[in-house]
Write a protein that binds this ligand. Sequence first.
Ligand code: BMA
Length: 311
Amino acid sequence: MKPDIIRRYAHNPILTKGEIPYAVETVHNAAVVKHDGEYIMLFRSHLRTGRSIIGLARSRDGFRFTADPQPFLTPAREGPFAAYEEFGVEDPRVTRIEDVYVITYSAYSRSGVRIALAKTKDFTRVERVSLITQADHRNVVLFPEKFGGLYARLDRPHSEIAPWSIWLSYSPDLRFWGRSELLIRPEPYHWDEMKIGPGAPPFKTDRGWLSIYHGVFRTMDGAVYRLGVALHDLQNPAMVIGVSDSWILEPQDPWERTGYVHNVVFTCGAVPEPDGTVKIYWGAADTVMCVGEANVSELVDLCIDHGRPAK
Ligand code: BMA
């Protein structure tokens, strides 16, 4: 049998609700970055109200994490964010831009789901900056570099007319976004035909920006969430060099197949390492956190040699 392209860590799941020092029901969909020699994980947790908050855990090796005593980000109770976070904060992503960590997360309220942007330098103090979409956008991931003087992001607007697709937008200041265009569409009768969305923030390789995204297929038993990869041109992220025809990870382990939502692997973060591997983190069944490793060059090869049309 061909080995899996993502080698699952032998001791998955790496973080579960029993290891969190405050009351939560799940630990999933986490962003991970390296900061000052530590791996910092921002994870989502459901409370018993069914609403979500964001916690923080730390690790020296990227595999064994210890959660901080208090949550990192809970819904704002006052100010301009409060009305849009009343139902919870979900699915954070973190990108280091210059010397600041920029966090994007889903803000849920009776007005729908929007994306909020916050900044931190040290994961101690966090400052909310702006709500950067209207309702019905999710999965905003930022590129760590500017293109022609503009910041860039991938995201996934909600649409009843077209299958939910990956879009690109630009901003001069991380607050105001525009020049939006559709880049990648789900492929009909394919593992990602129902919807796709950006997963981990894109990271640089010698052959392009690698983006790990999620794709959803509808079955008689509900939706199945898997992960795929796409490669964007280094100078022009609007140019999609390739989208892998096949998924790179699907629910397989018991905790990926069964949980709060069955058959889900969902990434919000990946950490490329100096040795040419990447640690990919995923929430399993919306219940626990897992990690696996892949060779970056093999993921890039998949996009180039086994690609399918982007749209
Ligand atoms: C998506 C989001 C994710 C979740 C996934 C599977 O729509 O809500 O946060 O992991 O569904 O339930």
